[in-house]
Design a protein around this ligand. Structure first.
Ligand code: HEC
Ligand code: HEC
Length: 344
């Protein structure tokens, strides 16, 4: 039996509960409203969201070899890594002979992809047309010369052999297998074939195609002119006045300091510049005769644009590349700067 009093007290208890629930809910909602907190979020149900794990290369004492990174079980291959198609992956047939033809469909897209990848990875050495005259080869950096693709041996080489140069490397050329995906290697092979065809075609052969050679040549010329005009327009405005400041900036830009110093220290790759201007030294001219060199402006200028013309004794020849592509103002500025290092 409940009396009236009991009922009222129950009612109030209910009300209190209600209110508590409401204010609880209010708190929950309020705390969701765009408030920023540095504390980790409340995460009542873990749901296996966080579990113990090993970092890459971490020590794991559980295993005898203490590596957390396990080797694949011997005789197994992870899903998706089976490379049973040797022609595609290695460029050889079942007997290990290079395959004659690219094992994927050669489309225009593949060729364009090949061109793009070739320009990234190969042109620096093999050159834009594959003539072996890439920028690294012309700069006297001491690299083994890259061969031209436009020779009979490489024209006749099976596609698999060209692929192998990328995949395995060849003699002094390193493998590019880690940088270049399989599909892209074949794309490059296709592009090299296109380069070879482009450099080894007679006018008669071109005439066999339904193209107007003159029109093509005019198109090419127009494109070259357009590119030259673009390059000209993009050239930053050169400061017209030569200055010591500009010279100093160029010395930094071209890292002359790798070989030259300005503090008079001996034993650098190139002669120190301190006190260089106005000094005299024993040297050798282009014919190998011993001469006395006065290091005046003319000599310094010549040393920058044509280092081979006269040699300072005691320094290796051909180490310094000619900076003959610099503008007159830039060379003048370098001379002024080097000169300034001899002002007492
Ligand atoms: C760092 C310079 C360099 C780069 C970059 C380079 N090569 Fe070479 N390549 C060489 C040199 C050097 C050789 C000659 C190796 C030798 O005979 O010792 C060579 C040789 C070759 C040959 C001839 C192989 C033969 O049988 O004689 C092919 C084909 C070739 N490279 C393709 C490529 C392709 C494709 C790329 C880009 C993925 C590439 N190279 C990138 C330097 C380079
Ligand atoms: C890779 C090293 C190297 C770099 C980089 C280099 N030089 Fe040289 N330089 C030499 C060597 C070696 C000689 C001396 C051999 C010779 O006479 O050809 C030399 C000689 C000179 C000389 C004549 C010095 C003398 O006493 O006869 C001048 C001037 C000169 N360099 C200026 C420059 C300038 C300017 C730059 C940067 C734009 C530069 N060099 C970058 C190696 C370098």
């Amino acid at each position: 039996m409940t009396n009236k009093n009991e009922i009222t007290s129950l009612m109030t208890a209910k009300n209190i509960l209600k209110m508590a629930c409401l204010s609880g809910a209010a708190l929950v909602f309020a705390s969701c409203r765009g408030q920023i907190s540095e504390k980790p979020p409340v995460h009542p149900n873990m749901n296996m969201d966080q579990q113990p794990r090993m970092e890459a290369q971490e020590v794991n004492k559980f295993f005898e070899d203490k590596r957390s990174m396990r080797q694949p079980v011997e005789g197994t291959i992870a899903r998706g890594l089976l490379k049973s198609d040797v022609a595609y992956y290695e460029g050889t047939d079942a007997n290990g002979e290079w395959i004659a033809d690219i094992p994927v469909e050669v489309t225009k897209e593949l060729l364009y992809r090949g061109q793009e990848r070739y320009d990234v990875y190969c042109s620096v050495c093999h050159g834009g047309t594959g003539a072996g005259d890439g920028i690294i080869m012309t700069g006297n950096y001491g690299y083994v010369p890259a061969p031209t693709y436009h020779q009979d041996r490489l024209r006749e080489a099976p596609d698999g052999e060209i692929y192998s140069a990328i995949y395995n490397g060849v003699r002094t050329m390193p493998s590019y297998a880690t940088q270049i995906k399989v599909e892209d290697r074949w794309a490059i092979v296709a592009y090299i074939r296109a380069l070879q065809a482009s450099q080894n075609v007679s006018e008669d052969e071109i005439n066999d195609y339904d193209v107007d050679v003159n029109e093509l040549q005019n198109e090419y010329k127009a494109e070259q002119e357009r590119l030259a005009a673009l390059a000209e327009a993009r050239k930053p405005e050169k400061e017209t006045e030569a200055s010591v400041q500009m010279g100093e900036q160029l010395v930094g830009q071209y890292a002359c300091g790798t070989c030259h110093n300005e503090d008079g220290a001996e034993g650098g790759i190139g002669p120190t510049w301190k006190g260089l201007f106005g000094s005299t030294a024993q040297g050798i001219d282009a014919e190998g005769n011993t001469i006395s060199i006065t290091k005046d402006e003319t000599y310094i200028r010549e040393s920058i644009v044509a280092p081979g013309a006269k040699k300072t004794q005691g320094y290796e020849q051909g180490v310094m590349a000619p900076y003959d592509y610099l503008s007159d103002t830039e060379i003048e500025s370098l001379v002024l700067y080097i000169k300034s290092l001899s002002d007492n």
